[in-house]
Design a binder for this molecule. Structure first.
Ligand code: ADP
Ligand code: MG
Ligand code: MG
Length: 974
């Protein structure tokens, strides 16, 4: 047997050896690669390591602190724990991994060295603030902790170092209070009480009058409260304090206020927040110290020029909390002129750098200025337009950028009312305070957010929320109210900031009010106003009026008109409106609507002179009877359509045929039933019986939509006649080129559509013949039943256009109704099952798939099919963006949302073309190139190594063969 000469065996051996070597090499390579990878997941960044483009990782605050550090501005140094660390915290079941903790302590050490101070030190302790900062700014949503690092020992060091024991003990007691409240949720009020008691005992009025010894007493009492509540001593180890604080920030990402805020602002729940740990500077060290906030332009009007407030000898939140009324920033020029000059210089640098209005926070410590935050400032819609237009005129941004700068949703504010000038003349002004958020509002007064919300939601009341000051818990009540009035707080108080963000009218800081929130009453200008009484607010002037003053709607002009013109240049989607009346349609056209995407015909029947006729139609026992009743309706319906066509001046109009279940029209009032009985020559009992028989268990899925036309084709015939005659007449009278679009609702099956369509075509052709007209018309359908979306290719054989009725489509896809979902959706938000209301914001994952699929299928059958959307989503910016992506022809929304849709459509188009242009951004390109170089080097090494292995293997094999040969020869010899 000659096994050595066998090629197969040799190959096998060679392969095995090679394989083993490869495995060895690869294992090492892979191992080293992975090691590198793990080392690369960096959860903590020093400020100097970041920049403004890293906001996803570092959060907005952290990214901007890094950017400012790199610009060489005076920023107290520190580091940022990333949003990924927050995500990791939740992934680990609310734990911070050892890895992350190690990285935090490592950076802390670096910070200590840089500051020449030590955490918990007796000589020179390092104190830090722990500040949250999400990717999108969520003002007031998360809590900041100041003076962290103080304990019984370091407070002594701090006192010595600052030569100011009073200040040191004050800082410590503030820290205990903040830490207990924010981190451990020990109620603030317990601490406030101690302070009040001691002030009374010492016979002083202000905290500032307490001595160092008084404060020591306070601290001892605070620590007792902590121990009572927590069952353990106040943590003395600063590292423990720090880690607890970091965890608290992570936790706060998921508190109820944050969830509500995210839902209102379309912020995804999985982004997480970063934590900034920053060495403290002190604005409360005396009269050359202070703290403040400022904007580079007026956030209410957009007017250019510095705008802000500050407090001398104060720390942190004192300005925002509205405890003391702050000074205007210009006063700083008198108080500390050098600081002011430096401040202005930096403010201008920042605005130039970011090319947008900046909102800045600063602190002055014994004459030295520090910046603690900058961000693109929140602003009213009016200010946003002004600033965008100004920046274009100043040559700082392009028209395209200007369009992107306006938050589409915020336009809503501009479409909100102002006071009717006539009504205002008779208005009785009872007071005036700060014009914190513009717009006019009138409503009934409520003193708690809860009451205001309930009055609005349950009773549909217009409400005005009146508070001493607002806090984040009040958000929902503020949202439900027409306006907010506060007794305390400046232009940057919580109420002001949040109201501006929401576009809710707000008047703040009305110190003249004497209020009793408990008794639900306030007095102002000699009037006593109880809960439920009407007042009116003007958020643009700050005036407060007695009674209910009439308000009027706004128009698109000036800056608004300019931005909308720019938007129209960029957008591809058309924008239509949902309108049933000429008044609504005219309004929509003023706002830029290019047609009607949905005219609901049923609303036309509720008129007192029409409803009896539709009731007779419903009660009819024979086709003849029914036709007679319907014929009586034709002139009304035709008149409505004519008026609509005239208003729209030749723009397309889509008319939807009767949709709701018939029982919505039947009478319930006995007098009405009697009337109807007389008209129908029936008894009241008979009428009642028929009405009762129309009752449905689930009317949403009952006898409605095209099912009505299938059972009563006469209805479709009447409506077709009205549509066609109206179009032919207006065309002849006014010369508009009208092409009616008839839309059949609630179709789920092609044959169903075909049946109704045949009725429509037959009637339409008849009318054309009668009128000797060659008018064109289109017949299409709504896609609002999932089955229609699934079979859209078949349905498109009969439909010339689709309009996505995403209200019904959402109801039927989720299997819950819009009217009932409110009862349980709140729980779903709280439990993080759903993040947003699918009826307000299109569920792109689910319902969106049906839309995309139906659009594609429809186009496959009929390439030129016209596609639109007419659900509420047509005016929601994120949904509009989706419609753009899916390639719809138009979106249709309520008249007031037309400008929002126009802007959102433009932004979608601009963002898409930008994304295409720079599919890969520069940083990624750089990273990819690096990775490619690395891969090449590894490949080269591998090739070389494997060549060597192969060579060695061959040599080994050769030697083996030699040896085997030798052995064989020897054995043969033997
Ligand atoms: P918010 O996001 O609610 O504005 P911040 O994290 O900005 O919370 O903190 C609120 C305020 O606390 C700041 O405006 C600043 O006045 C004060 N503050 C935060 N960090 C420091 C610090 N390191 N030194 C001094 N003051 C600080
Ligand atoms: Mg801040
Ligand atoms: Mg519908």
């Amino acid at each position: 047997m000659q096994f050595v000469g066998n090629n197969f065996v040799r190959d096998c051996m060679l392969s095995v050896i090679l394989y083993l070597y490869w495995v060895l090499i690869f294992r090492n390579t892979l191992k080293s690669l992975f090691k590198g990878d793990i080392a690369m997941s960096k959860f903590v960044y020093r400020f100097e390591e970041g920049n403004a483009n890293m906001r996803e990782l570092l959060g907005g605050k952290g990214a901007n602190l890094a950017e400012m550090t790199n610009l060489g501005l005076p920023i107290p140094q520190g580091f940022t724990v990333t949003t990924e660390a927050c995500t990791d915290y939740y992934k680990q079941g609310k734990k911070i991994s050892d890895e992350i903790q190690e990285q935090i302590f490592a950076e802390l050490k670096v910070l200590e060295e840089k500051q020449g101070k030590k955490f918990g030190d007796t000589e020179s302790p390092l104190l830090v603030s722990v500040r949250s900062g999400a990717r999108a700014s969520m003002p007031g949503m998360m809590d900041t902790i100041l003076n962290l690092g103080l304990n019984d020992v370091s407070v002594e060091g701090f006192a010595k170092k600052t030569d100011n024991p009073r200040f040191a003990y004050d800082s410590y007691r503030r820290f205990i209070q903040m830490f207990s409240d924010v981190v451990m949720e020990v109620p603030k009020s317990l601490f406030e009480r101690v302070l009040d008691e001691i002030k009374e005992a010492k016979g002083v009025k202000y905290d500032m009058e307490l001595t160092a010894d008084d404060l020591k007493e306070v601290i001892a009492k605070f620590k007792t409260i902590y121990k009572d509540k927590m069952g353990e001593d106040f943590p003395q180890d600063p590292k423990v304090q720090l880690m607890e604080a970091v965890k608290a920030v992570f936790r706060s990402w998921d508190n109820e206020r944050a969830i509500v805020y995210r839902r209102m602002n379309d912020i995804p729940g999985d982004w997480g927040t970063a934590v900034n740990v920053q060495s403290m500077v002190f604005g409360n060290m005396g009269n050359t110290s202070g703290t403040g906030v400022a904007f580079t332009r007026n956030p209410a009007t957009g007017e250019k020029g510095i705008f802000g407030e500050y407090l001398i000898n104060a720390q942190g939140e004192d300005v925002v909390a509205g405890i003391r009324t702050p000074q205007p920033i210009t006063k700083l020029e008198e108080d500390l002129p050098e600081c002011f000059a430096k401040f202005m210089e930096i403010a201008n640098t920042l605005e130039e750098h970011y090319r947008d209005m900046q909102d800045m926070e600063f602190t002055i410590e014994e004459g030295k200025l520090y910046f603690l935050q900058t961000r693109n400032g929140k602003r009213t819609a009016q200010a946003a337009l002004q600033i965008a237009c100004d920046l274009v005129d100043e040559g700082k941004i392009t028209e395209e950028e200007a369009v992107l700068r306006i938050e589409a949703k915020s336009l809503d504010q501009l479409l909100h009312p102002t006071f009717d000038p006539e009504a205002l003349k008779n208005g009785e002004c009872i007071g005036q305070a700060l014009p914190a958020s513009p717009g006019a509002a009138a409503g009934k007064v409520y003193f708690t957010a809860e009451d205001a919300k309930n009055a609005h939601v349950n009773r549909g009341e217009r409400t005005i929320l009146v508070r001493l000051e607002t806090s984040p818990e009040d958000i929902e009540g503020m949202h439900a109210s027409e306006g907010v009035l506060t007794v305390r707080g400046g232009m940057t108080s919580h109420a002001a900031v949040v109201a501006r963000g929401m576009g809710t009218c707000c008047v703040s800081g009305c110190g003249d009010i004497s209020i009793s929130e408990e008794d639900k009453v306030f007095e102002l200008g000699g009037k006593t106003i109880h809960q439920g009484d009407y007042i009116s607010l003007d958020g643009s002037t700050g005036k407060i009026y007695y009674g209910d003053i009439k308000t009027v709607e706004a128009t698109v002009s000036g800056n608004f008109g300019r931005i909308m013109e720019w938007a129209d240049k960029f957008r591809k989607l058309q924008v239509r409106t949902n309108a049933d009346t000429p008044a609504d349609a005219a309004n929509a056209v003023r706002f830029g609507a290019e047609g009607i995407g949905l005219c609901r015909t049923e609303h036309m029947f509720f008129n007192p002179d029409r409803i009896p006729k539709i009731r007779q139609m419903i009660l009819s026992q024979t086709v003849e009877q029914r036709e007679k009743a319907l014929n009586a309706l034709t002139p009304f319906q035709k008149g409505d359509f004519k008026a609509l066509y005239e208003t729209m001046e030749g723009r397309p109009v889509t008319i939807r045929f009767l949709d709701p279940p018939l029982h919505e029209f039947v009478p319930s009032d006995p007098a009405d039933i009697d009337d109807l009985a007389v008209q129908m020559m029936m008894t009241a009992e008979q009428v009642q019986e028929i009405c009762d028989s129309l009752h449905e268990f689930n009317p949403m899925m009952g006898h409605r939509g095209c099912r009505l036309a299938v059972t009563y084709p006469e209805i479709a015939r009447m409506q077709t006649r009205a549509v066609m005659e109206a179009a032919i007449e207006v065309k002849a009278e006014k010369g508009y080129d009208i092409v009616p679009e008839i839309m059949i609702p609630l179709v789920g099956e092609k044959k169903e559509l075909k049946y109704v369509k045949d009725v429509v075509v037959e009637t339409a052709e008849l009318v054309k013949k009668e009128k000797n007209s060659d008018i064109a018309y289109h017949i299409g359908t709504m896609i609002e039943i999932p089955r229609a979306a699934l079979l859209a290719d078949e349905i498109a054989e009969e439909a010339e256009f689709f309009s996505f009725g995403t209200n019904d489509l959402t109801q039927m896809t989720f299997g819950f109704s819009r009217d009932d979902a409110g009862k349980f959706l709140d729980e779903y938000y709280k439990k993080k099952i759903y993040e947003s209301d699918p009826f307000a914001r299109l569920d792109q994952n689910g319902v969106g798939q049906l839309v995309a699929m139906a659009a594609a299928k429809g186009r496959k059958t009929r390439p030129d099919i016209k596609l639109g959307i007419c659900g509420e989503h047509g005016g929601d910016p994120s949904s509009v963006e989706f419609c753009h992506r899916v390639g719809l022809t138009y979106v249709s929304c309520s008249p007031f949302r037309v400008p929002i849709a126009r802007l959102a459509a433009a932004q979608a188009a601009i963002n898409e073309s930008r994304a295409k242009k720079s599919f890969i951004d520069d940083e990624t390109k750089e990273n990819l190139k690096e990775a490619a170089d690395k891969a090449q080097a590894i490949a080269k090494d591998l090739a070389q190594a494997s060549a060597e292995v192969a060579k060695a293997g061959l040599e080994g094999l050769k030697a083996g063969i030699e040896a085997a040969k030798k052995a064989f020869d020897e054995s043969r010899k033997a």
